[in-house]
Design a protein around this ligand. Structure first.
Ligand SMILES: [Fe+2]
Length: 402
């Protein structure tokens, strides 16, 4: 405004000077100049207003020209931005389309809005068969409910969550796919869409399962090897393993720990591989020196298995199954809950099975008699809590379980 005022004042001064000089010029030359002189003398205000008018006209023309130039610049910038945006969008679409990982987006109402070629390959479905459809069509019947629960939690939680959600191929084949996802929101925080990227782990899972099967087959082989050597306990490992797992489940052992208990139960006497045949296979009672040798079999098991990574968590039973609740067991004389729970469970089932099986030196006890012995040993040899669960289980099952 100050600049404008200065311009206006300068212009008025300029008009006044021009008119003043004209006045003098006309006075000198006479003629037509006398009309302007008359106007200046009679209507100076009119002359000033005309000056203002001319000034405004020049100012507006200048402003209009400047604005036009700015508009042209803005239009050019807008066109450039739009071109860049389209290029970026095309780049991202191309990246998504050609990505090896399956990618899918869906609306807040779980309708599929976009997916890439890898996803098409994963499901074997065309765009027409999938776009606009509910996500549910992608899941096998048996896991559909669980999968939708996972997705509900992810969509509600605004976080990345890696989860294994099986996807059904059009042919019926089921793929294991690890998914992570993210919510896309408007600047106002409203959910617009969810995008998820998957990793097909079907082959990897199969390899892992095959590996676990190979491990378990090896463990069974070792278990049978011990039984082949020590004929008096034939099928003992197999019989006790099932019952040990049942009692462990009833005691609340987590599913992921049961696999170690199963392996440990099967290998409980693997340490006997280190006992000389003249002691292990002796027909009669062992003497004190021979018992000292026999007592070493849990330590042999520990030495053998602790070098094998995947069997280390299964060591509790082979190493501690001869420990006793009152601390009178071996090899370390552990007492009470210092004995691992798996070994406390195994001890009860192991003794029960041994008592109810024929041995070269005695006939099998009846189940009732063996159970009485187990009850009587609660708090001495056995953990009383484990005995309670074991007895309840057998009574509930009517002694059917072996
Ligand atoms: Fe043993």
């Amino acid at each position: 405004m100050h600049g404008l005022n200065r311009s206006m004042v300068s212009f008025i001064v300029m008009i006044a000077l021009v008119l003043g000089s004209s006045h003098r010029g006309f006075s000198e030359v006479g003629g037509g100049g006398s009309v302007v002189l008359t106007l200046w003398d009679s209507h100076p205000v009119l002359i000033v207003i005309t000056g203002f008018f001319l000034l405004a006209l020049v100012y507006l023309t200048t402003m209009l020209s400047t604005a036009n130039k700015k508009n042209e610049t803005l239009s050019e910038q807008l066109a450039t931005s739009q071109a860049e945006l389209l290029r970026d969008r095309e780049y991202l679409n191309s990246l998504s389309r050609h990505a090896n990982a399956p990618i899918i987006t869906w609306s807040p109402g779980y309708r599929i809005t976009e997916f890439n070629r890898a996803f098409e390959k994963l499901t074997g479905r065309t765009r027409d068969e999938v776009l606009g459809k509910h996500l549910e069509i992608l899941f096998p019947d048996e896991s559909r409910l669980e999968s939708m629960k996972h997705i509900d939690r992810t969509v509600a939680g605004e976080f990345w969550e890696v989860i294994d959600i099986p996807i059904k191929h059009k042919s019926g084949r089921v793929h294991s796919v690890l998914w992570n996802s993210a919510n896309i929101k408007s600047p106002e925080g409203k959910l617009i869409a969810t995008i998820a990227q998957g990793q097909d782990i079907t082959e990897r899972k199969k390899s892992e399962e095959d590996l676990v099967k190979a491990y378990d087959a090896t463990i069974k082989g070792w278990g049978y090897a011990v039984e082949l050597k020590d004929r008096s306990t034939e099928n003992h490992s197999q019989r006790v393993t099932g019952l040990v797992l049942t009692i462990a489940e009833e005691l609340g052992v987590k599913a992921e720990d049961l696999v170690h208990i199963r392996r440990g139960a099967f290998l409980h006497d693997i340490g006997k591989m280190g006992i000389p045949d003249d002691v292990l296979l002796k027909p009669g009672e062992l003497n004190a020196a021979e018992w000292d040798i026999m007592y070493k079999h849990p330590e042999y098991a520990h030495e053998m298995l602790s070098y094998i990574d995947y069997l280390r968590p299964a060591l509790d039973i082979p190493y501690c199954h001869h420990e006793k609740w009152d601390g009178s067991g071996y090899p370390r004389g552990l007492k009470g809950t210092r004995i691992p729970l798996a070994a406390r469970i195994f001890a009860v089932v192991d003794v029960y099975d041994a008592l109810t099986s024929d041995r070269p030196y005695r006939r099998a006890w009846t189940k009732e008699k063996a159970l009485e012995y187990i009850k009587e040993q609660a708090g001495k040899h056995f953990d009383p809590n484990v005995v309670d669960v074991f007895v309840n289980h057998l009574e509930r099952e009517g002694f059917k379980a072996d």
